[in-house]
Design a protein around this ligand. Structure first.
Ligand SMILES: Nc1nc2c(c(=O)[nH]1)N(C=O)[C@@H](CNc1ccc(C(=O)N[C@@H](CCC(=O)O)C(=O)O)cc1)CN2
Ligand SMILES: Nc1nc2c(ncn2[C@@H]2O[C@H](COP(=O)(O)OP(=O)(O)OP(=O)(O)O)[C@@H](O)[C@H]2O)c(=O)[nH]1
Ligand SMILES: [Mg+2]
Length: 460
């Protein structure tokens, strides 16, 4: 392992949010051989309570030298191997805010622990065999989930709904490999290799890989979500759209053109997909210094978004200003929102024929938002996320490894077709086994682990 991930020693970290005012309880977690000793040094249990595994003790945390009380707290003990990491774990459940947990963490560090790296508790759970790599990734997904559906998909992964089929595929490949290798090693004693069966077994594996690969797009959408920028001329109703859509007063709305100066964002869920919506300053030529910067930010938001909602005003029709904005964003995935249809017929709006997706709204009356959501899902070519999608939704790392495995299997087919000797068959078959093993972590390099676990938060 890299020095970042030294697997020995006792690690400690604050496991709960460290934003002030963001929790009524704060937890400091400690894992490793010194965990129990640290607990006994710092924690003073009241009365006669047993220091046993899976017990909660009530008492005080005290500075071991000054005896000064740092907090009134609970102590949770989980002895190896019945813990999150499979090592001894203790947790100090302190009062929330940041003062208590920061002091308790400091005391842990002064008494035999070192600060945990991001994801290091989960890394230990992986290295100690409690979790496979897909389950560890699911934990990061669960913590980062921005929609109930994304959380549900992460939980399925945590329960092994990806690991199990991948392990089975790898086991099938290992069986095929054993069949072939036996023929290489003990050629004379065995019946000849059933080539047709080898091929059909490999095809079954390849077909299953294809099925699993088909879940990657949805997995990506559930994990990273969509960034949607609302752009248009001043006063067309962009901020009103953000507010109506998010059922909030997030953005200032007035009848003065040029109200919004900065990018205002809101987090929504559309058909199960987390969506970050950006309301932007109305785009126009202006001499106002502040507004100029705002307009520049609008352009940047549009070019950084997965989808642009070009919003126009039905009561003014399509104007030259709309045309100029369209020219700037037309190469991006785009939906035209014709707003204020309570004031004028949308049929009067002469928009360019190159625009394929059009939605008519009166956002001030909450009209047309369902149609807008439907158009967004259609534009990004996904159906609403179904419950069955949430059982299996792979990430990009897993997809890349599956593609590698599939290509390796195709290569074996090629080798067989060319009637090359058995030794050659095994080379690519081993490649497929290796790629499948990378997904669950049976075969994984340190740099891959570094990449996966460094994305975790500290304390996880
Ligand atoms: N206070 C607290 N809450 C938490 C966690 C935690 O670590 N601490 N968790 C984590 O972040 C999650 C719960 N996950 C956990 C997963 C496994 C074990 C555990 O001890 N597993 C043992 C089996 C225990 C037994 O058999 O009784 C094991 O798998 O070996 C504990 C928590 C969510 N809530
Ligand atoms: N009648 C009607 N008025 C609307 C509708 N949507 C917005 N408005 C009004 O249009 C005016 C401008 O709305 P905003 O949401 O501030 O417009 P904006 O596009 O954000 O404007 P800037 O921030 O200046 O670019 C306000 O007076 C809104 O009440 C609508 O659907 N119908
Ligand atoms: Mg605005």
């Amino acid at each position: 392992m890299s020095e970042n991930f030294a697997t020995t020693g006792t690690i400690a970290a604050i496991a709960t949010a460290i934003v002030p005012q963001q929790g009524s309880v704060g937890i400091v977690r400690v894992s490793g051989t010194e965990a129990m000793h640290i607990a006994q040094t710092l924690f003073h249990a009241l009365g006669r309570q047993a220091w046993e595994s899976h017990r909660i003790l009530y008492g005080y945390i005290r500075h071991p030298q000054t005896r000064q009380v740092v907090d009134e707290a609970l102590l949770l003990i989980m002895k190896a191997p019945r813990s999150y990491t499979r090592d001894d774990v203790v947790e100090f459940h302190c009062h929330g805010g940041i003062m208590a947990v920061q002091q308790v963490l400091q005391l842990c560090l002064e008494n035999g622990a070192r600060l945990a790296q991001p994801g290091e508790f989960t890394l230990r759970a992986f290295l100690n065999g409690r979790l496979d790599l897909t389950q560890a990734e699911s934990i990061a997904d669960l913590v980062g989930a921005r929609s109930p559906q994304a959380a549900q998909a992460a939980l399925a992964g945590l329960q092994g709904k990806l690991a199990n089929p991948i392990r089975q595929l790898r086991a099938s490949c290992l069986d095929i490999l054993a069949e072939i290798e036996a023929r290489i090693d003990f050629e004379e004693d065995l019946p000849p290799l059933d080539e047709t069966k080898v091929i059909s077994d490999m095809e079954r594996v390849a077909a299953e890989i294809t099925n699993i690969l088909a879940t990657a797009d949805k997995g990506e959408l559930l994990r990273t979500g969509l960034k949607v920028a609302i752009v248009g001329r001043p006063n067309v109703g962009k901020s009103s759209l953000l507010n109506a859509w998010s059922r909030s007063d997030r953005a200032i709305v007035t009848d003065l053109p040029g109200t919004t100066r900065d990018v205002v964002e809101s987090q929504l869920v559309v058909g199960g997909i987390p969506v970050q919506v950006l309301d932007t300053a109305g785009i126009r030529e202006t001499e106002d210094q502040v507004e100029k910067i705002g307009v520049e930010r609008s352009r940047r938001a549009a070019s950084g978004a997965d989808l642009v909602l070009l919003t126009v005003d039905a009561s003014t029709g399509w104007t030259a200003g709309d045309g100029e904005i369209y020219e700037q964003v037309q190469h991006r995935p785009l939906i035209l929102v014709i707003n204020k249809i309570d004031l004028a017929s949308p049929e009067e709006v002469q928009y360019p024929k190159s625009i394929s997706h059009v939605v008519k709204t009166a956002v001030a009356q909450n009209q047309g938002l369902d149609a807008l959501e439907a158009a967004i899902l259609e534009k990004v070519r996904v159906d609403k996320v179904q419950a069955s999608d949430l059982d299996l939704a792979i990430n990009q790392r897993q997809a890349a490894a599956l593609v590698k495995a599939k290509m390796a299997l195709e290569q074996v087919r090629e080798t067989i077709a060319q009637q090359l000797p058995l030794d050659f068959w095994t080379i690519d078959l081993r490649g497929a086994i290796q790629a499948l093993g990378e997904i669950t972590g049976e075969e994984v390099t340190e740099s891959v682990l570094d990449k996966i676990f460094s994305r975790f938060c500290i304390g996880k």
